[in-house]
Every structure is written in structure tokens, then in C-alpha cells.
Design a protein around this ligand. Structure first.
Ligand code: INI
Length: 156
């Protein structure tokens, strides 16, 4: 695909402000996602002073918190980190669906990229695999996606 005018985002976090929202629910796993996201932002030129960490109860509360952060205009991107584990709840689907829908809505309404770092797994082992072991770290992925999207949006 040569000769096309192409817009793409650079992975440079210098000068950007991020809000990380992280659930207390399953914090054993979620703290690893937070660590991954913060480390990623630092490694791509961002500053820890430009990262605000907001703790919230569970995934269900993510959209309303993300909404207020997005509306504040203080952040270039929001990184939502949590874990909904099927084994531990019969209302897995409700919590996971509402969090997913709500975060997408906030992002579209406010034009602020929201990184979706919400693990939705069948059991704890799968969650641990995605929080810095066998299957990578979803917090890193969410931070990277937000960064790339911020840098794309500012060129459009
Ligand atoms: N919240 C989570 O973030 N992960 C879960 O796995 C979970 N489970 O298992 O129920 C969960 N529930 C709490 C929910 O997000 C709300 O905090 C709670 O219902 C109060 O509104």
C-alpha cells in the first residue's frame, strides 16, 4: 500500500496527561495491569506526574467515573483497568456488558480515547495469564492503544 497518504500515531507519550481508573474488585490482578500501564507510559516518554490514578469499587462503576474524567477536559486519554471473572459471580454478563457499553459510550460522547483494559475471563488463572504472565499484560495493551489513538486523533 505505497503512495497513500497515511495517518498513523507515534508511540510518544511526552507531555500527555492520562487518567487510569482501576477497580478494587480483584485488585490482586488489577494492580498488575496498573503497573503495566504506568511502566508503558514511562517507557514511551510520559511522566508519572502526568498520570492520575483513580480507584473505584468494581467494573460496574467504571463508566460514570470515566464520564466525569472525560468531561473535565483534563486528560488526553483514560485507561480503564479491571477484571470481571465469571467463576466468582453469577452476574458476570451484566457487569461485563454494562462496563463495556458504558466505556464505549463515554469515549464517543466526549471524544476522549478510553483504553479498554477490562479482563473478562472464565477463571482466575486466565485473568493472571493476561496480567503480566503467559498472555502478556492487558494493562500495557490498553495504554498503548490509548496512546496511539490520541496521536491519531490529533492529526485528523
Ligand atoms: N466487579 C468487578 O470489577 N469484577 C467482578 O468480577 C465482579 N463480580 O464478580 O461480581 C464485580 N462486581 C461488582 C460490581 O462491579 C459492582 O461494584 C457492584 O455490583 C456494586 O455496584
Amino acid at each position: 500500500m505505497m503512495h497513500l497518504k497515511t495517518i498513523e500515531g507515534q508511540f510518544d507519550a511526552k507531555g500527555l496527561k492520562f487518567a487510569i481508573i482501576a477497580t478494587r474488585f480483584n485488585d490482586f490482578v488489577v494492580d498488575r495491569l496498573v503497573g503495566g500501564a504506568v511502566d508503558y507510559i514511562s517507557r514511551t516518554g510520559g511522566s508519572k506526574e502526568d498520570i492520575t490514578l483513580v480507584r473505584l469499587p468494581g467494573a460496574f462503576e467504571m463508566p460514570v467515573v470515566a464520564k466525569k474524567l472525560a468531561a473535565s477536559g483534563k486528560y488526553d486519554g483514560i485507561i480503564a483497568l479491571g477484571a470481571v471473572i465469571r467463576g466468582s459471580t453469577p452476574h458476570f454478563d451484566f457487569v461485563a456488558n454494562e462496563a463495556t457499553k458504558g466505556l464505549a459510550q463515554v469515549s464517543l460522547e466526549h471524544g476522549v480515547p478510553v483504553g479498554f483494559g477490562l479482563l473478562t475471563t472464565d477463571n482466575l488463572e486466565q485473568a493472571i495469564e493476561r496480567a503480566g504472565s503467559k498472555a502478556g499484560n492487558k494493562g500495557v495493551e490498553a495504554a498503548s492503544a490509548v496512546l496511539e489513538t490520541i496521536r491519531v486523533l490529533e492529526q485528523l
